[in-house]
Design a protein. Sequence first.
Length: 67
Amino acid sequence: MTYVPKPTIGKAIKSINANAEFSCSSHDTTMLDAIVWHNNTTPIAKEDIIAKYNELVTAWENSEWVI
């Protein structure tokens, strides 16, 4: 069995917009104001990022690949 790491805020952002260019000093959902969007990437609403992150974490927790 292979370990799959817990999803990150970056993974949530890329799941919403695969072409998003951004930097983030923290992967904590309380620090979403720290995201810097690059190269005219349209910012994604914090609520949308949190919703996607929670969706990914739930799928990860229910996955047979988590040890």
